[in-house]
Design a protein around this ligand. Structure first.
Ligand code: ADP
Ligand code: UDP
Length: 237
């Protein structure tokens, strides 16, 4: 498939049209942002790692019954994906308290939940991606009640799979964010990415953070952490 004009440049990826209206090409950058774009930087090699990792997980998830946008990796940084209209919800699954959960509810980071927690943020930069519930999302006509059930089912399936997978690598999956979209025939599929940019990954034995929190919180060793999780993943597949 042929790469056509750039249709979007986001914080971490560029998106290009192709000669087929049902497909897009995403290109992963090394740019990193945090706190709604207030903090900016680069993480050398991140785009290559996130592209590869995301594709590996999406291929595995398809086999677990979670349909995804993944079509074909084209290069180190480029992947052909099915074009969707993105449902403007950040779907967050948490196994352990951290980040905004700890801040909002005043819990220490590290509190292990009995069962996973799902939450939704309304993807809207002007509003700062506010937390919303199922009823808000339906009232705002972002999604139907039936579709939200489908998304919850896919998100928990994804959590079960990723939690087990990372655990085999000596990594604890704390939380992660997913985005879903609708294809032209109305199917809901997993889109965007699954990477250390969008997940919290803690070394199970030392508790060391191996994800974007190293960038957000100026913890150092950012590139090394991304490389470490990727190499553990590759040893495990
Ligand atoms: P942001 O928009 O938050 O800065 P990115 O830099 O990751 O994020 O940009 C990628 C954009 O592409 C996001 O807006 C994401 O929702 C969108 N996207 C991801 N997968 C698809 C897809 N399969 N079809 C259409 N849009 C997608
Ligand atoms: N997350 C993300 N994009 C966002 C917000 C959150 O990928 O815009 C991920 C984040 O990396 C973490 C999980 O979602 O793995 C939960 O993030 P949280 O709500 O704790 O927000 P944060 O602390 O990042 O503000």
């Amino acid at each position: 498939m042929e790469k056509r004009k750039q249709i979007y440049e986001g914080k971490a990826k560029k998106v290009f049209a192709t000669d087929d209206d049902h497909f897009l090409i995403v290109e992963y950058k090394d740019d990193a942002t945090a706190f709604n774009g207030l903090k900016k930087g680069t993480i050398a090699g991140k785009g290559i790692i996130n592209n590869k990792m995301s594709n590996i997980f999406m291929e595995m998830l398809e086999k677990q019954g979670v349909p995804t946008h993944f079509a074909e990796q084209l290069s180190d940084r480029e992947t052909l994906v099915k074009k969707v209209s993105i449902i403007p919800l950040e779907v967050i699954v948490r196994n352990i308290a951290a980040g905004s959960f700890s801040k909002r509810y005043g819990t220490e980071e590290g509190l292990v939940f009995e069962s996973p927690v799902i939450e939704f943020s309304y993807k809207n930069d002007d509003l700062g991606d506010p937390l919303i519930n199922d009823y808000h999302a339906v009232a705002l006509k972002l999604i139907t009640a039936d579709e939200i059930e489908i998304i919850k089912n896919y998100a928990f399936k994804t959590n079960d799979f990723l939690k087990k997978f990372w655990s085999g690598c000596g990594i604890t999956l704390v939380d992660f964010k997913l985005e879903f979209g609708k294809t032209s025939d109305g199917a809901i599929i997993l889109a965007d990415e699954i990477s250390p940019d969008t997940s919290r990954l803690w070394d199970t034995s030392t508790g060391k953070k191996l994800d974007k929190d190293r960038f957000r919180r100026d913890l150092g060793d950012v590139e090394a952490a991304y490389t470490e999780v990727m190499s553990r993943l590759e040893k495990h597949i």
